[in-house]
Each structure stands twice: as C-alpha cells, then as structure tokens.
Design a protein around this ligand. Structure first.
Ligand code: PMP
Length: 437
C-alpha cells in the first residue's frame, strides 16, 4: 500500500537527484521511503500522510528548544516584516557576534574575539581552512577518518555522515591535487598525530577536528586528545580548527570546548566553527577566533570570503532568539533526558541480548552494535550495521523518528518532556527485539 510519502518520493525522484536535497535524508542504509515532513512542533514532526512522530533528529541538531518554538518563530516573523535580505550590515549581526563571543568563555579565557557569520557549516569550515592556510602560508590540512566537516573539496576524504552511511571513500569530482592536500589520520591516536607531524610538520597549516566526533556515530575524544592536538599544532606553528558545528551550543552553553574546560582539559583552539543551533533552524553558521587570526579575513586581511546572504536578518533573528532562550536550565534538562534515554536504550538492548554499546559525549548519544563504544572510524565501521535498519523501522512503526543511519547521533530537544521520554522508552524493547533477529 502506498501513502502520500510514497507518491511524493516518486515525484521527487523525477526532479531531484535521489529525491532528496541532502543524501542523509534518503533512507539509503535503512531502506524504505523517506518521510516527507509537512510540519514540526515541539518534540514532534508530522509527515505528508499525517503521521506524527516523536522526533530524535531535531533537523540534525538545530532544534535545541524543540521545533517551531513560539518565541523563535515570532522573532523570525518580526524580522521578515522589516525585510528579507539587505546585503548590508545590520545591528542584529553585531549582537549575535557579540553573544557568540561572550558565551564561548571559560573564566577569563575567551578563544573567540571576532566572529564571521556565514550560511552553512560547510562554508564555516571551508573558510576556517583557507584562513589557516593564509595565516600560516602552508598548504597541508590534517583531518581525522570518520570526521565530517561539510562537503567542500578537501574535506570529503574518509568523511563521516552521508559519506560513511553510503560507504564511500570520498567523492568523485575532487581533483587529485586538492585531495592530496588533505592528510587523513586515525582519530584518538596520539601516535598517528605524532607521526604526521614528524613527517610533514613544517608544511601543515592546520588540524581540523570535530570537538567530539558525532558523524560516524558518537565517538568521544579520549581524555587529553583535544589538548594534545592543540599542543602539537602550536609546537609546529600550525593552527587547531575546532569544528563545533554540531556540538556548539548543544552540549553546553559554551560548546564542547566549554564542557571540556569545565572538566579540566584546558586548551585553546585557534579557530572554532559553529552551525546548526547557532542559527536556530535557519541557514546560519559562523567561525570565530582571536582577533589577530580573524582579522586576516577580507576586508582587513588578504584571505577572501564573502556571501550575498551572510548574516541574513531572518537567520540572525532566529539565532539570537535561540541563544537567548538556551539557558543553563535548558542544557540541564537535555543532559538529564539524554542520560535517561541512553540508560533505557542500553537496558532494552541488553534484555534482547543484542551486542551493543551506547556511546556518549556530553548529551550526545547514539547506538553502536559492537562490544564496546567505537574509538575510531575502523571500529565504527566494523560494527553490525545491519541491525540498525530493523531497529529504526520498529521505532518508526511505534511513532519515533530516529536518524536513518547508525552513523548519526540522536538529538534531543528541550521540548522532550516526561510524556515524550516515557513514550520513546516504551518503544525501545520491541525495536531491540527487532535488532536481535
Ligand atoms: N561540521 C560538522 C561537525 C557537521 O556535523 C556538519 C553537518 N552535519 C558540518 C560541518 C556541515 O554543516 P552544513 O551541513 O551546515 O554545511
């Protein structure tokens, strides 16, 4: 029996490659028809056939406060009445940049003095890399296998997210000389980091790292690893780019960096990238760093970057409203919900006798069908991936929308209250049994 989602998917595939505008939206690894969403509110999404799901995707992260939070919607509506796009500086941009700079602090330590607003996480990391190359006068970039930093040319080698889900080595269409500028090493390996710097140290412009990996499933950095990256890059005159597009303003008011500072792992990245939550569901992302680095961007410096829609007033309004609403209580609520659901997930899979781990990094969590939480890409890929499809569909049939890939984090929102969490918990045992088969 087909429903409205099937009809739309047929129509979509006739005019859109694969029927989707971003590969992770296709149900490539779980099979079936993607849900075409018609609306989203609080902790739920409603598909084109009218089915309502408790949502653990949260638009892949941005919906920290729940979907369509009335105050954020009102802020966007109000901004819209004043004009959709100006291509000129605005007061709101100044406020948002200042708010970001102010939030990313630990005591007196403030790694973000200047902020540039862009429209997507891809742009933020792409610009951060060009800036690091411009500042150092070097070409090589080091990235970690399984980390995803958007879809720009140099960043797709052994990338996570959809590249991992589709089991691709990288992307066609990236010129070999450009791919050769990216050195891919194993995550959580001090030895690999030391080796790449021993061999190429004076040619490396930057190391880019997800603050905590979450695009090959959740893979937390081992204690001290992020600090080691900072020390190693700085000892060789290279920069550390901390990618907080996914983690920033989601795991802690000051991002994963802030969480780690509080835990006593002190280090200073040179450039931090933000996205998702910082735009509250509108297209907005950012990069920030200390003034001497950031001022190398045009128009003050020689590193060019621009955007017709950069700092779009509607996006800025959504970002400002979101960050103002994202109080410490919001994080405490999401932390507690994550602890509760990850315990329930663990319990359900244990009861069903399924080999599994529930990897955690702050309030990020997910599932891995392996003996222990993966520490790197090879371990993440070695898990029993086939167990996820039946698990995913069993949850969906019970009204819970999970990310359609095991290589993604589950995203909670502040709108997931007692009733929602209890309903998700109640769905887990049947899904665990489906995964056991
Ligand atoms: N960096 C990280 C860590 C991400 O998770 C993502 C997107 N999931 C990006 C960069 C790219 O952001 P965007 O999709 O907005 O281009």
């Amino acid at each position: 029996m087909t429903d409205r989602n099937d009809d739309l998917f047929d129509a979509a595939r006739a005019v859109i490659p694969g029927g989707v505008n971003s590969p992770v939206r296709a149900y490539g690894s779980v099979g079936g028809t993607p849900r075409f969403l018609a609306r989203a509110e609080g902790a739920t999404v409603t598909d084109a056939a009218g089915s309502v799901y408790l949502d653990l995707v949260a638009s892949w992260g941005p919906a920290l406060l729940g979907h369509a939070h009335p105050e954020i919607v009102a802020a966007v509506q109000e901004a819209a009445t004043r004009g959709l796009s100006f291509g000129a500086p605005t007061e709101g941009e100044v406020e948002l940049a200042a708010l970001i700079a102010d939030r990313v602090r630990h005591g007196e330590v403030r790694p973000v003095e200047r902020v540039r607003l862009v429209s997507t996480g891809t742009e933020a990391t792409m610009t951060a890399i060009r800036l690091a190359r411009g500042v150092t006068g070097r070409d090589l970039l080091v990235k970690f296998a399984g980390h995803y930093h958007g879809h720009s040319d140099g960043l797709l080698a052994a990338a996570g997210s959809g590249v991992a889900t589709l089991a691709l080595p990288g992307s066609a269409g990236v010129p070999a000389p450009i791919a050769a500028q990216t050195l891919v090493i194993d995550y959580n390996s001090p030895e690999a980091l030391a080796a790449v710097f021993a061999e190429h140290g004076d040619r490396i412009a930057a190391v880019i790292v997800e603050a905590s990996a979450a695009n090959m499933g959740v893979v937390a950095p081992v204690p001290g690893f992020n600090r080691l990256i900072a020390e190693t890059t700085h000892a060789h005159g290279a920069l550390m780019i901390l990618d907080e597009v996914l983690t920033g303003f989601r795991v802690h008011p000051a991002g994963f960096w802030g969480l780690q500072q509080e835990a006593g792992e002190e280090y200073l990245p040179d450039i931090i990238t933000f996205g998702k939550v910082v735009g509250g569901g509108m297209p907005l992302a950012a990069l920030g760093g200390r003034a001497e680095v950031m001022d190398r961007l045009a128009p003050t410096g020689p590193v060019y970057q621009a955007g017709t829609l950069s700092g779009n007033p509607l996006s800025v309004a959504a970002g400002l409203a979101t960050l103002r609403l994202a109080t410490p209580e919001v994080y405490a609520r999401i932390d507690a919900a994550a602890a509760r659901l990850s315990t329930a997930l663990d319990g359900a899979l244990t009861a069903a006798g399924v080999v599994h781990a529930v990897p955690r990094a702050g309030n990020l969590f997910g599932v891995a069908f392996a003996e222990r939480a993966p520490r790197d890409y090879a371990e993440a890929q070695a898990q029993q991936v086939f167990r996820y499809a039946p698990f995913f569909h069993a949850m969906r049939e019970q009204g819970v929308a999970l990310p359609p890939s095991v290589f993604e984090a589950w995203f909670l929102t502040a709108a997931h209250g007692e009733a929602e969490l209890a309903a998700i918990e109640a769905a887990l045992p049947r899904a665990a049994e489906a995964a056991a088969r």
